[in-house]
Design a protein around this ligand. Structure first.
Ligand SMILES: *Cc1c(COP(=O)(O)O)cnc(C)c1O
Length: 477
């Protein structure tokens, strides 16, 4: 601070500024030495400087006393803790949306988690052939399982399904025409628009039919010598209802093959199990799509498949060979963590234990009576604390751009709150944060998507938060 500025200060302000501990003094305190050991020198110095600056500003703005030195160091500790709290962290998903894109989509099975740890703690056979003792291919790890499960001739795994679709079109359709129904020119969310991806791939879009009705003859009329493929994109996040028609995959395959063209299918969800068995809307499984004649099927690893983020391509050997050869394949390849988790997730399907081992399918298949029992247990735990909670009927959704409009009956714990938004915000500030939903002025918890080992935390945090809110309200009266 310059002398001139100092002249304008009152005597009290000057005294307070002199009293402010120096950085040297702070650094000699045992509590600060702890901070240095825990958080490293440069960030700790920055934290202390920030705290001292704040105090100087406070004095200049009229503060009449200084906090104790221990409080200053505590403020620096809080500053540092904020820096070291990860922004990507676990939450409790009580929304009832099973494949919640914003909350990270599919939770992984224990086996998949163990597989990730096993190959990432040290070295692994990512691209190493143990028999030959030389370089191998990362392609092998999930492909044998995928071809076995889907009956495809070949398979490839990339970073996500958007990349899978881009790669498929780039490798098979670049510079030529791709025929697609106007009813399928969709945006999946997060800015993934089928027409934009097609443009990126260098394929030319040929739109046929209308938004609600496209006939086989519309496709047939659009085939020219420049056509590279027919593309079908699954309506994964909306439903066209009413006066609608679309040819089946089998009809399109027959048409495509009669013209020596491949039928490409962006299946989206990666359902390997029959969704209708679980009371969900039917949608073609990957094997059904291949059996219907699709030449390449693209889908996500972390939607209904219930694995890690990945994009998977299954289909004809010659198409997959062209896809793997394309330069983009290297740019969008899957990493070892995803490959390990994907292979482990696929083994659950091979053992026919997906319904009990893959969390997404456990949640889908969870019996209503079981959910109801949990909801009553939770409500009783809240009531024991003098809090109001009821069990009501409601609906869970699959979400994540899977099965539009399909819901599963559930039981919810409904908590009336003076301000449900405030309660929701307070629960989001907990550790771990709790994410529920609000409906008709009530805060709702859906047991379906809460992992069994999170239930204890959930109830404890709800009780704590509601008690805090009650205290605040009493204090305000
Ligand atoms: C979800 C989805 C995508 C995008 O998949 P990501 O794995 O999120 O990249 C593309 N197409 C369809 C039909 C989808 O449902």
């Amino acid at each position: 601070m310059s002398e001139t500025a100092n002249h304008k200060l009152t005597a009290q302000q000057q005294a307070l500024l002199r009293e402010l501990p120096s950085m040297d003094r702070l650094l000699r305190l045992p509590v600060t030495i702890d901070l240095l050991a825990e958080y490293g020198r440069s960030l700790t110095l920055e934290a202390l400087r920030a705290v001292l600056d704040d105090q100087r500003t406070a004095v200049l703005e009229g503060a009449t006393y200084l906090p104790m030195t221990a409080m200053l160091v505590q403020a620096a500790r809080e500053w540092l803790e904020t820096w070291f709290t990860p922004t990507l962290r676990p939450v409790i998903n009580a929304t009832g949306v099973i494949v919640h894109t914003n909350l990270g989509r599919a939770p992984l099975s224990e086996t998949a988690l163990a597989a990730i740890t096993a190959v990432s703690r040290g070295y692994g056979t990512l691209e190493y052939d143990l028999d030959a003792g030389q370089r191998g291919s990362r392609a092998v790890h999930a492909e044998k399982l995928l071809t076995r499960l889907t009956q495809a001739e070949a398979a490839a795994v990339v970073n996500n399904n958007a990349a899978a679709v881009l790669l498929m079109l780039s490798a098979l359709c670049q510079g030529r025409e791709v025929i697609i129904s106007r009813g399928q020119l969709v945006e999946i969310g997060g800015g993934f628009r089928v027409p934009d991806v097609m443009a990126q791939s260098g394929a030319k879009l040929v739109e046929v039919g209308t938004t609600n009705r496209t006939h086989l003859r519309d496709y047939a009329a659009a085939i020219t010598e420049n056509t590279a493929a027919i593309l079908v994109a699954h309506h994964s996040n909306f439903k066209i209802v009413g006066f609608t028609t679309e040819p089946t995959l089998a009809e399109l395959a027959e048409l495509a093959h009669a013209h020596n063209l491949p039928l490409l299918y962006d299946q989206g969800s990666g359902a390997l199990l029959d969704t209708a068995v679980y009371g969900l809307d039917p949608e073609p499984t990957v094997s059904e799509a291949l059996a219907a004649g699709c030449d390449v099927v693209a889908f996500s690893g972390d939607k209904l498949l219930g694995g890690p983020q990945a994009g998977i391509l299954c289909g004809r050997a010659d198409c997959l060979a062209a896809i793997k050869r394309h330069p983009l394949a290297r740019a969008v390849r899957a990493d070892k963590l995803a490959l390990a988790a994907l292979a482990a997730t696929l083994t659950h399907y091979l053992k026919e234990e997906a319904e009990t081992a893959v969390p997404v399918w456990q949640m889908i298949a969870r019996p209503l009576a079981d959910i109801e029992e949990t909801a009553h247990t939770w409500a009783a735990q809240l009531q024991e604390q003098g809090l109001t909670a009821q069990v009501i009927a409601g609906e869970s959704t699959v979400g994540g751009g899977s099965l539009p409009g399909t819901t599963l009956p559930t039981r919810l714990v409904a908590i009336p709150a003076a301000s449900p938004d405030d309660l929701a915000a307070a629960l989001r500030r907990q550790d771990p944060p709790v994410i529920g939903r609000i409906q008709d002025g009530r805060y709702l918890l859906d047991p379906r998507t809460v992992l069994p080992d999170q239930a204890g935390d959930l109830i404890r945090l709800v009780i704590q938060t509601m008690n805090d809110e009650r205290q605040t309200m009493l204090a305000e009266r």
